[in-house]
Each structure stands twice: as C-alpha cells, then as structure tokens.
Ligand binder design. Structure first.
Ligand code: SF4
Ligand code: SF4
Length: 165
C-alpha cells in the first residue's frame, strides 16, 4: 500500500514567530513607559476585595458562642467538591448540632453553594484569601477554627442588583 504525503505550506504571514515576538516586546516596552503603573506593593498595600469575594469560610455563632449550624445536612449534600464533613448530634431536647463539621479549603472551589443553601445562615464564604499552609492537613478547618474566623463574609449575588452597585 502506498503512502501519500500531503505537504502543507505554512502561512508565514499568520504564524510568524518573529512577528509575534516583536508584538510582545512592543507591548512590554509600552508598559515600561506607562506612567499609570498598576503593580500593587503587596502586602504593604492591598486592594479592597469585592463585597462578593468568596474565600475562606466562616461559621457564625449564637450569642452563647455555639455554632449556628443545626446539622441539617444541606451544605454537604449540595457541595460539588464534596469537601464538607458533617457528623450530626442531637441533645436531650431534640436540638440538632454538629458533632463534627469540617471544610477542606484545599478541595473547595468557593462556589458559595453552602452559604446559599444554609437555612440558618450559619456557614459563609468570606472575604479573605490569605490562608496558605505548609501541609494539606492545615487546610482542613474544623468547627473551632471556622467559628474563630473574624473576616467579613461574602455578600452573595443579588438578582435585584446584578452588577453589585
Ligand atoms: S463553597 Fe462550594 S465547594 Fe466550597 S465548601 Fe461551599 S459548597 Fe463546597
Ligand atoms: S446548611 Fe447550615 S445548618 Fe445545615 S449543615 Fe450546613 S452549616 Fe449546618
């Protein structure tokens, strides 16, 4: 069986590496002389986060300091990353509470579904992102750690105010 070879001519005008490189360098030089520099000197200076930023979680508490969570099970059920662990408990009066509540911030995709679905407005994604750790275990936030967070919580998308104005 003979093998046919099809030779394609390279469209030099469209795929020239030299031209692409020159364009990239021109853009670089343009930014070098741009007086309106946008580099932020982090961490000394920080741009304010959007009110709708979704970052590190917070568990809100009741006046007596206990978590507002009633262990309904909705947030682990809705979580697309399957990163919420909940073990529910129940006291003598039949009130449910979380025996174990953990969120793996490393697996979380910060969709905010847990906040949206929570009937008690207990769990929130927060306006916070500085949560680097040296090990994966450090990203698993238990109930104590979640309730100890103090950063502002995310203001979710409001259909009445789609641009967040
Ligand atoms: S923000 Fe989304 S992915 Fe993260 S814990 Fe909540 S539901 Fe799961
Ligand atoms: S949805 Fe709210 S009340 Fe239900 S388990 Fe999650 S945090 Fe607790």
């Amino acid at each position: 069986m003979s093998i046919s070879v099809k030779v394609l001519t390279r469209p030099i005008d469209e795929v020239s590496y030299v031209r692409a490189t020159m364009k990239g360098m021109a853009l670089t030089f343009k930014h070098m002389i741009n007086p309106h520099k946008v580099t932020v000197q982090y961490p000394e200076h920080r741009d304010p986060l959007s009110a709708r930023w979704r970052g590190t979680h917070r568990m809100l508490t009741n006046e007596d300091g206990t978590a507002k969570c009633v262990a309904c099970g909705l947030c682990p059920a809705v979580c697309p990353a399957n990163c919420i662990k909940l073990v529910p408990g129940e006291d003598e009066q039949g009130n449910r509470y979380p025996l174990v509540f953990e969120i793996d911030e490393f697996r979380c995709i910060f969709c905010g579904y847990c906040q949206e679905v929570c009937p008690e407005e207990a769990i929130h994604v927060g306006r916070h992102y500085e949560n680097a750790e040296y090990s994966r275990d450090g990203f698993v936030y238990d109930l104590e750690r979640l309730t100890a967070q103090t950063h502002p919580v995310c203001e979710m998308w409001d259909p009445a105010d789609p641009k967040g104005e």
